[in-house]
Structure formats: C-alpha cells, structure tokens
Design a protein around this ligand. Structure first.
Ligand SMILES: Cc1ncc(COP(=O)(O)O)c(C=O)c1O
Length: 143
C-alpha cells in the first residue's frame, strides 16, 4: 500500500480503495477504507457485512463528502435545490436497518468466518472431527 500512496502523492492522483470485502480489516494497525482518497465498501449479501443491497464510501475530505452526498441524492444540496446532476443512490429504511443489525453482529460473524477459514486450512481428518463434534446425533444415525 505504501508504494501506491507514494505514487498518488508524486503524480497528484486520487486513490480509490476497493474495500468491498474488507469490513473491519486492518493493515499495519490502520483500518481498511482510510488509506485512499475514498474507500468503497459493498453491502451485497455475499459480503462479510451486508444490507441486502448497497454500500458505503469513506473519505476524510469534507468537500468530496459533500459532493458524494449530492451525487447520491439527485444532485440536491437540500430538498429540490439541485447543484449537480446526480442519481438516486439513497439507502432505504430496510437496507439501513439490516446494516445496523449486521454492524452489531459483525465481530461475532467475523469470528465465525475466521474459525471456518482455519478449519478449511486444516488437514481433512481434523475437519471430519470438527464436523462430528458439531453434529453428534447425525453421526450416530449413520451405518
Ligand atoms: C473486491 C470487490 N470489489 C468490488 C465489488 C463490487 O461490489 P458491489 O457491486 O456490491 O459494489 C466486489 C463484489 O463482489 C468485490 O468483491
């Protein structure tokens, strides 16, 4: 990441950080979404945090944040005052409620994913033992 940041500074480029699946991840103690000019997170159901559909953009640039807010809201700065051409990318209540719930559960869900990942990297015998421990009744029913 350091090399990319140096390049963007040298050539005065904006860095868009694709943090689509990096919710809660860190690099050298720094959270994903804080390295670039903007960080983009996805909340599609296949992601490690979801809101049915949608996403989130992070930035430390207040002017850019203001433009992004207008872009998602038909270019309006306030109701019916269009400053730029925008689109409707507003979050609805159902998506927002789902995201809030997911946000609370994120540490637990991430812990489960880490356990599953460690298990997937284990030798096959260890995987079978772990599955048996989780489903003792099912194993007994088999011949
Ligand atoms: C690394 C990465 N970037 C971007 C995307 C696009 O996400 P979305 O279409 O939800 O914005 C995905 C989705 O799979 C992804 O995995």
């Amino acid at each position: 990441m350091g090399g990319r940041l140096a390049l963007t500074q040298q050539y005065h480029l904006a860095l868009m950080e694709d943090a689509a699946q990096a919710h809660g991840a860190t690099l050298v103690g720094r959270p994903a979404g804080t390295f670039g000019t903007v960080g983009c997170f996805a909340f599609y159901p296949t992601k490690n945090m979801q809101s049915i559909e949608g996403g989130l953009i992070t930035t430390a640039d207040p002017a850019l944040a203001s433009t992004l807010r207008m872009l998602r809201n038909q270019g309006m700065e306030r109701c019916y005052h269009h400053q730029i051409v925008g689109t409707n990318a507003r979050t609805n209540d159902v998506n927002a409620a789902t995201a809030r719930s997911q946000f609370r559960r994120h540490p637990t869900l991430t812990g489960r994913r880490r356990q599953a990942s460690a298990l997937a990297a284990s030798p096959p015998r260890a995987v079978r033992r772990a599955v048996r421990r989780r489903r003792p009744g099912r194993d007994r029913a088999r011949p």
